[in-house]
Ligand binder design. Structure first.
Ligand SMILES: Nc1nc2c(ncn2[C@@H]2O[C@H](COP(=O)(O)OP(=O)(O)O)[C@@H](O)[C@H]2O)c(=O)[nH]1
Ligand SMILES: [Mg+2]
Length: 212
């Protein structure tokens, strides 16, 4: 069917990798996004692959999602995942502020592999399980309080969002914002229209030869 072929030609592929400590809600966030019902049961993940087609801003996307186990033991596997990613989610849980600490090392690994070339979003999950904004605070080793949102945005220079997989709060927006951030970055790194960076292209030299 011609119509179908046309729509698949316009399908944009988008790969998201989800990292973070075990039990922060990575698998639950993904399942909520896929439209599956939330469950309180915990089932450890090894590594799972999911895929969903969505229509967002009049464009069709195939969102491929790699769900990881949260273990620190597989650096080689993480490197492969980081290479595949168009965007990365770093999940921590608001009822366990220590899970935020783990993100620092993940952020470092991502930077080593990819520099600042892809959107990375820090996700404060389980917002339904905490009562107020103090949940964003974490005690450091010297006993002072730091705000995790501030650290993620201002010190790490990453995106930040707050979600509840259980209540389905912020989950769809999180994926939409990642897509926006990805295309914004692409638009900024591609040479602007009218820029002369294409003057040395082989296509242009062959056109020049033909016109002589
Ligand atoms: N209250 C609450 N519990 C959650 C939320 N997301 C996940 N959980 C629970 O936290 C546990 C770990 O979730 P899971 O998705 O398996 O975490 P993962 O190990 O990071 O994949 C499970 O018992 C979930 O039911 C949430 O947004 N709110
Ligand atoms: Mg899991």
């Amino acid at each position: 069917m011609a119509g179908k072929k046309r729509s698949s030609a316009y399908l944009k592929m988008f790969t998201v990798v989800v990292f973070g400590e075990a039990r922060t809600g990575k698998s639950s966030l993904i399942k909520t996004f896929l439209g599956e019902t939330f469950t309180d049961e915990y089932e450890p993940t090894v590594e799972e692959f999911y895929s969903k087609q969505i229509l967002y801003n009049d464009r069709n996307y195939q969102v491929d999602i790699i769900d990881t186990c949260g273990s620190e033991n597989f650096p080689a596997m993480r490197r492969v995942d980081i290479q595949k990613a168009d965007a990365i989610l770093l999940v921590y849980s608001l009822d366990n502020p220590r899970s935020f600490e783990r993100l620092e090392q993940l952020r470092e690994e991502i930077f080593q592999e990819r520099g600042h070339n892809l959107p990375v979003m820090v996700v404060a999950n389980k917002s339904d399980a905490v009562l107020d904004g103090h949940a964003l605070e974490m005690k450091t080793n010297d006993g002072s309080l730091i705000n995790t949102k501030y650290v993620a945005e201002k010190e790490w220079n990453l995106l930040w969002t707050i979600t509840s997989a259980k209540m389905s709060w912020g989950v769809e927006d999180m994926f939409h914002d990642l897509i926006d951030a990805f295309y914004l970055r692409r638009a900024q790194t591609l040479p602007a229209k009218g820029s002369r960076s294409w003057l040395g292209s082989p296509l242009l030299s062959s056109l020049r030869r033909k016109s002589k």
